[in-house]
Ligand binder design. Structure first.
Ligand SMILES: *Cc1c(COP(=O)(O)O)cnc(C)c1O
Length: 302
């Protein structure tokens, strides 16, 4: 079974703000119940092209951390399409603890095989990838976060007639595939802002290599580091949910929206700007984040 194009476009909702700009959020998190947000589009051509070429004995292999939205998404694709999947997971210590991790449990229940490797091994992903290509020459090996050229092509589907109507397009940035696709396929008059949640100085170059355009810039939204959640982040997410009835997760979309609010407050956007933020999904991560917060006796995400 190939990934399908949705029959209806996802909604674009206005978020009322007190300044003279218009803010909207495009609910890519609603694209699919299990394969949410940008991961759906990043996998779209990767999986479909692969299945068209290898209908007989498909096998999908990929990489990720213990809370990875990408691992969750690939496992769900495997389950829906009846394809065996293998997830290479960072952290040997999880070997006997995966049942305590909602993301890994979800992946397992979707039939994904999990192979746990040390952080050191994981750092040398290129070597691992080479090895996997030799060992499983027919398999589709998707890089970490799903970012590659086909992923960038898939992100084009997050843009449509309605998204042309905005001056700024905003997205959270992890490995850079999503912003690269938005940058590559948006209109010439649109500006793209990436809210990077990972401290990685090579990101800008990586993104440029995928889009070959200079229409984007990155705004540091790490808030203390990738995967780190501070109390203000939690407060913001819970407040946002209460006010607008839109859930955000703490690793990507929560940090992006918090930063967007800060920018609006600081008059970063010219008057009358129309701003569109992509809700890239990842809500499966909330449960795992709450388990950690609970252990630390901190407020939870509602
Ligand atoms: C993976 C992910 C991102 C980042 O996408 P990249 O293409 O890796 O930059 C943003 N938001 C959510 C919810 C994600 O899961």
């Amino acid at each position: 079974m190939l990934l399908q194009l949705p029959t209806e476009p996802v909604s674009i909702q206005e978020i009322p703000v007190h300044k003279n700009v218009k803010l909207f959020i495009k609910r890519e998190d609603q694209i699919h119940p299990q394969i949410s947000g940008n991961k759906y589009w990043k996998l779209f051509y990767n999986v479909n092209h692969y299945l068209e070429k290898n209908p007989e004995k498909p096998y999908i292999i990929t990489f990720g951390g213990a809370f990875s939205n990408h691992i969750a998404a690939v496992s769900a694709v495997g389950n829906l399409a009846g394809i065996p999947t293998l997830g290479i997971i960072r952290g040997e210590e999880l070997q006997n603890k995966w049942r305590d991790n909602p993301t890994l449990l979800f992946a397992k229940r979707n039939g994904m095989n999990l192979k746990f490797v040390t952080r050191e091994e994981y750092r040398h992903k290129e070597k691992l990838t080479e090895f996997l290509h030799q060992e499983f020459p027919e398999a589709l090996v998707v890089p970490e976060g799903g970012t590659n050229k086909e992923a960038v092509e898939g992100v084009k589907m997050m843009l449509n007639e309605r998204t042309k109507d905005f001056d700024y397009l905003c997205t959270a940035v992890g490995t850079g595939g999503t912003i690269a696709g938005i940058s590559k396929f948006c209109e010439d008059n649109q500006k793209v802002i990436g809210f990077n949640v990972v401290n990685d100085t090579s990101l800008e170059n990586k993104i440029f290599e995928l889009t070959l355009k200079h229409n984007f810039n990155l705004i540091d939204s790490c808030f203390g580091g990738y995967g780190k959640i501070n109390d203000e982040n939690i407060r913001f997410i819970n407040d946002f949910k209460e006010k607008y009835d839109i859930p955000l997760e703490p690793i990507y979309t929560g940090k992006m929206m918090q930063k967007v609010f800060e920018l609006i407050e600081d008059d970063y956007f010219p008057e009358n700007s129309r701003i569109l933020c992509f809700h890239t999904g990842g809500l499966q991560g909330i449960e795992g984040a709450n388990l950690l917060l609970e252990k630390q006796n901190r407020n939870l995400i509602i």
